[in-house]
Design a protein around this ligand. Structure first.
Ligand code: HEC
Length: 484
């Protein structure tokens, strides 16, 4: 391995633990070249490509990277964040796999930004400024064919703990639909921490599910909870204290998961409880390759799981939504989303490197599209590894310094072929000690649960099943464009 790569890896891992490492030698060499580095000529193209996606009006990041005027006051902070590689956010080990949405900048790009700041953050000649990238109405996927919103505004009280709320959104689809892109957007960014939009297909038999009244839904929930390993604490699902503990989920027949949890479905092609799109810091819109689609069966509902936080300090309203772009070409492969999770772990108080595993073995030949670690504030690291039936093994994702602040989905440059019989082993490490500065309470044992003061252990994967088409024919999704 060459030295530069080791240096980058070192900076990378220090950056994510919050230490700043300034490569002074490099800053010196660029300075001595004494060429005037300007925003318009040198820096704008980097910002447009690497920052504007999040740093623009209406997005979560604190300033727009699209104009000199907006960027200039942040110059010092920008230098610090790019040198430490805290920005752009990216937490996967760069030596494991290649990712399409890799946000890391080259050392050259970082050096250019550093030299620009050190040289006084000059604007330069307006003629040098490239055209800014265009973003449609704030949608990252472009103008959606269809937008499905929460039926009505939800009112969130000013104070109290975070809330998880579930909303049902009817699709009124009378035929199966094939989605190419999906994006969840918050109605009110002050309070929406995350959105997870699931597809809930109608019960087998084809008829659309009847709409439940609030009371009926409550009854159904109560029944579910009695049979479940979870209980409801206010708005939040938590683990019942008497649930047995298994840190090594791989030792369980289920691999660590409980039934009917987190909408992973059973991985068949019925689209059962399938994740459609999510919104969270650092999460991209769901964009699938042409020919690869997410199926929404006729009569489905969407379920929004909303995590609201009450930082605004006043009563707030929200009506969040999902935008869909339907497949225009043939729908050859259906994307399946699966959580590989351990619901039974327990992290003891003070433990600084507690290991938890979860497993899943594929019964079919599949192609892996992306993967994503999900833990909460004690989450420290996660690795997803494949053990192939021929005895080989391969790390599919390694996130050595996990951060709950960033929910990044890691898209492989090319889908990875995974043969039937391959075992996925997800290994998480948790830090429940005082060393973890995000730890809300190192004196508490931690179990699975929705509140951020509980934790989670999920390796999410998206894949397609080889040789299986969502429709038997390769007919196009003709109804799509007429849905507007
Ligand atoms: C995936 C989205 C995303 C990308 C890409 C991204 N940022 Fe950020 N950035 C954020 C968010 C969200 C915040 C605010 C939260 C935080 O500070 O952690 C932020 C914060 C910052 C801050 C700190 C501001 C402060 O409060 O001090 C700086 C500086 C910054 N970004 C610079 C950049 C630069 C420069 C780039 C491109 C080279 C970039 N970011 C790319 C999302 C992004």
């Amino acid at each position: 391995m060459n030295k530069a790569r080791i240096a980058i890896a070192a900076i990378f891992s220090l950056a994510t633990t919050g230490l700043f490492l300034l490569p002074t030698s490099q800053a010196d060499t660029t300075k001595s070249s004494s060429k005037q580095v300007t925003f318009n000529k040198d820096v704008a193209p980097i910002f447009f490509k690497n920052c504007a996606e999040c740093h623009r009006a209406g997005e979560a990041a604190p300033f727009s990277a699209l104009s000199y005027k907006d960027v200039r006051p942040w110059a010092k902070s920008i230098r610090e964040k790019v040198v430490s590689r805290e920005m752009p956010p990216w937490h996967a080990d760069p030596h494991v796999q290649k990712f399409k949405n890799d946000r890391r900048m080259t050392q050259g790009e970082i050096d250019t930004i550093t030299a620009w700041v050190d040289g006084g953050a000059k604007e330069g000649d307006p003629k040098d400024l490239p055209t800014a990238p265009k973003f449609v109405d704030g949608w990252r996927i472009g103008k959606p064919d269809m937008v499905l919103s929460m039926p009505e505004e939800f009112t969130l009280e000013a104070s109290g703990p975070d809330e998880y709320q579930y909303f049902e959104i009817p699709t009124n689809f009378t035929e199966d639909k094939y989605v190419q892109m999906a994006e969840a957007r918050p109605g009110n960014r002050l309070i929406v921490h995350h959105i997870i939009a699931f597809v809930q297909p109608p019960p087998k038999g084809g008829k659309p599910a009847p709409k439940l009244t609030k009371e009926e839904m409550e009854k159904f929930r109560e029944k579910m909870e009695k049979e479940s390993i979870f209980y409801r604490d206010g708005f939040l699902m938590r683990m019942k204290p008497d649930t047995p503990v298994y840190d090594d989920g791989c030792s369980l027949p289920s691999g660590g998961g409980s039934q009917r949890r987190d909408g992973g479905g059973d991985g068949d092609d019925s689209g059962a409880g399938q994740l459609l799109a999510g919104f969270a810091p650092g999460m991209d819109a769901s964009i699938w390759e042409p020919g690869t689609v997410k199926k929404i069966p006729a009569g489905s509902k969407l379920i929004f799981q909303m995590h609201y936080s009450k930082q605004a300090g006043s009563v707030q309203k929200d009506r969040s939504m999902v935008g869909l772009i339907f497949a225009k070409g043939p729908s050859e492969k259906q994307v399946i989303t699966r959580p590989i999770s351990n619901n039974f772990f327990k992290v003891p108080p003070g433990a600084d490197n507690h290991r938890v595993t979860a497993c899943w073995t594929t019964k079919e030949d599949i192609h892996l599209i992306n993967s994503m670690p999900h833990m909460h504030l004690r989450g420290k690291a996660m690795e997803i590894k494949a053990y192939y039936p021929d005895g080989r093994s391969e790390v599919l994702l390694n996130v050595p310094n996990y951060s709950f602040s960033w929910q990044t989905v890691y898209y492989y440059t090319k889908p990875i072929a995974i043969p039937k019989g391959t075992k996925f082993v997800v290994t998480a490490h948790f830090d429940n000690s005082t060393k973890n500065k995000y730890n809300p309470d190192p004196t508490q044992a931690v179990r699975f649960g929705e509140p951020t003061y509980d934790d989670m252990m999920i390796g999410w994967i998206d894949y397609t099943v080889d040789g299986k088409s969502p429709k038997n024919a390769t007919a196009s999704n003709s109804g799509g464009s007429s849905e507007k």
